[in-house]
Design a protein. Structure first.
Length: 343
């Protein structure tokens, strides 16, 4: 008889003599290579050509004294950056950009989110979760300002802010007239009419331009938030209503966390616009306002390059603003990223 040890030994020997089958690496097919070439190679080439290459070229120009027209340029190192750091106009322009960076995202995103909540879940508490009556009409109307070119919007608000026959002063004077009619009955002195040059007054000029920007972008970001809120399952919103959450609490504690990624994206885009703001500023206050009250870095850069002929210094401003913009984008994305315990 054959002992069990014999079979065990036989199995072990068979196991040790069994060859290990290795997978052969497949050669990339022509279809796979074309896929990577079209969807990865071409976009990478375009990005390197139109984004990375101009940035590196601008950085090189920022180290020279190029005038923009001369065929030759001299390497001067960091002199342009030293000149910028000692330029009071640059710091005033950067300050205006930072003010817009705080005002525009805060006010625009808040108003857009509030309007989006109103037209999606702000309707009657009876029946299913829905927006206010006529929500579709409000969505269409609110998007109109974004469809108007920024140049036309700037010209429109120039007429609104005109000190002589502007719409804003005219409306305020109607209010003043009504107030004077009331206080006249009381025997009090009249309130003087308003003839304020809103874009020429250093106290109000930047706020006036910022209002035009906010008016333009509120509708666009409202539509963006409406789409993201529509993607939230209705069961979640109905459960919050059953638990006794009101509209405000639902919007802040339920809806906002679920659309956090969309809010972060919106903040990044409008923050980048606030660090530029060239179109509105150049149309509404071409010279940067009284005492540079509305001048931003992009306008100062443009004037330095094309009016003063200092392309090297203007390139240095562009490099600095590119770095600031990237830092702001990274900061917003990092802060808006959900923590591990919230995922």
């Amino acid at each position: 008889m054959t002992s069990p040890d014999t079979f065990v030994g036989h199995d072990e020997a068979a196991a040790t003599t069994t060859p290990v089958v290795r997978r052969r690496r497949r050669r990339p097919s022509l279809e796979r290579m074309l896929f990577f070439l079209v969807f990865l190679g071409l976009p990478l080439v375009v990005y390197l050509m139109f984004v990375v290459s101009p940035f590196l070229q601008s950085f090189y120009y920022s180290l020279t004294n190029w005038s923009g027209l001369s065929p030759s340029m001299d390497f001067i190192g960091l002199e342009n950056y030293e000149r910028i750091f000692g330029d009071a106009v640059f710091w005033k322009s950067l300050r205006n950009n930072l003010i817009l960076l705080v005002l525009l995202p805060t006010i625009t995103i808040t108003l857009s989110f509030a309007l989006a909540v109103m037209v999606t879940i702000g309707g009657s508490t009876h029946g299913g979760v829905r927006g206010v009556r006529g929500a579709g009409f409000y969505r269409v109307i609110s998007f109109f300002p974004y469809a108007v070119p920024a140049v036309i919007t700037g010209i429109l608000f120039n007429f609104i802010y005109h000190p002589g026959g502007g719409l804003l002063n005219g409306f305020l004077n109607l209010v003043v007239g009504a107030v004077n009619a009331v206080i006249g009955l009381l025997g009090l002195g009249p309130v003087p009419e308003v003839h304020n040059a809103w874009l020429g007054d250093q106290r109000f000029a930047l706020a006036a331009v910022a209002f035009a920007m906010i008016w333009t972008f509120v509708g666009f970001y409202m539509v963006l938030f409406v789409a993201s809120i529509k993607s939230i399952p209705s069961e979640v919103l109905e459960a919050a209503r059953i638990d006794g959450a009101g509209r405000l609490r639902t919007a802040v504690q339920v809806v906002a966390p679920m659309v956090r990624d969309n809010i972060s994206t919106a903040v990044v885009y409008i923050g980048i616009f606030a660090l530029d703001a060239f179109t509105f500023i150049s149309v509404m206050t071409p010279n940067g306002g009284t005492g540079n009250s509305t001048k931003v870095v992009s306008l100062h850069l443009y004037q330095t390059a094309f009016r003063d002929g200092r392309f090297g210094e203007a390139s240095a401003m562009g490099v600095l603003m590119a770095i600031v913009t990237m830092l702001v984008a990274v900061l917003v994305i990092t802060v808006g990223r959900p923590r591990k315990d919230e995922r």
